[in-house]
Design a binder for this molecule. Structure first.
Ligand code: BTN
Length: 242
């Protein structure tokens, strides 16, 4: 798949920009919107995503689908696996906090925000990823959850553009496989990278907090939680609390 790159030195948010201009994007290609800095970076649940200049990956992969299907929910998981694979080439071993937070040494290294917008007769999928690469500790401390960067963990600087380029290649490849064969070929790998398996967690399903044990990942990528009562509850969205 051809990738058309749109790069900005500074932008409000690569996802917000992509949403605004999605109707202009080529239908048969992927548009990759990247920025050196975001002034209004957005995270899940309307949170702010700290996006200082020239330190991190801020990227939105955009492509078209004919219609909204439940399988679109797996695409952020495929991107998360692509990030894990891209950073493995730099010898990092990451974990995923269901559904698609990227963890390094138990702290949040990156996150994914997946949005869709209707463009005439097609749906544009806009899947934004932020990965903290060279962010120093003093900036990480502004984040209200345990966050980290490759630099904070190693004391070494990494090439942000190189990470974007490896991530792009990996994601294009994995997305092609996903479109052909669905989530099945990714399941074993995805389950393998899931953090807190069999452990006690608190989970917010956008309505209430549930406590239980992370029991399993279903074939469709959803999560089963075993409540303290023994009942097993299935979730397709939500967030494991820190
Ligand atoms: C999360 O809350 O974990 C998701 C964070 C997603 C951040 C990325 S940075 C690039 C893209 N543009 C945004 O405004 N957000 C996403």
């Amino acid at each position: 798949m051809q990738v058309i790159r749109q790069h900005f030195e500074i932008i409000n948010s690569t996802n917000t920009w992509a949403k605004q201009y999605a109707t202009d994007f080529a239908r048969n290609a992927m548009t990759l919107v990247t920025a050196d800095e975001q002034t209004a970076g957005r995270g899940r649940y309307n949170r702010h995503w700290v996006s200082p200049p020239y330190q991190n990956v801020y990227a939105s992969f955009c492509f078209f689908e004919e219609k909204l299907t439940p399988a679109i929910g797996n695409i952020p998981q495929v991107l998360a696996l692509s990030a894990v694979a891209a950073l493995e080439t730099l010898s990092f071993q990451l974990k995923l906090k269901w559904p698609n937070d990227i963890l390094l040494n138990g702290k949040k290294l990156g996150g994914i925000l997946c949005e869709t917008t209707q463009c005439h007769d097609a749906i544009c999928v806009i899947i934004g990823i932020g990965i903290n690469i060279n962010m120093p500790l003093q900036d990480l401390q502004k984040i209200s959850l345990p966050a980290t960067s490759l630099f904070a963990e190693t004391g070494k600087q990494f090439d942000v553009q190189q990470v974007i380029s490896t991530l792009q290649d990996t994601f294009v490849q994995k997305l092609q496989l996903f479109k052909k064969e669905g989530f099945k070929p990714f399941l074993a790998e995805y389950r393998n990278f899931i953090a807190y398996s069999g452990q006690s967690i608190s989970f917010h399903d956008n309505r209430q907090v549930w406590k239980g044990c992370l029991y399993s990942i279903q074939d469709d990528g959803s999560m089963n939680l075993q409540l303290d009562s023994g009942e097993i509850k299935n979730f397709i969205a939500g967030e494991i609390l820190w």
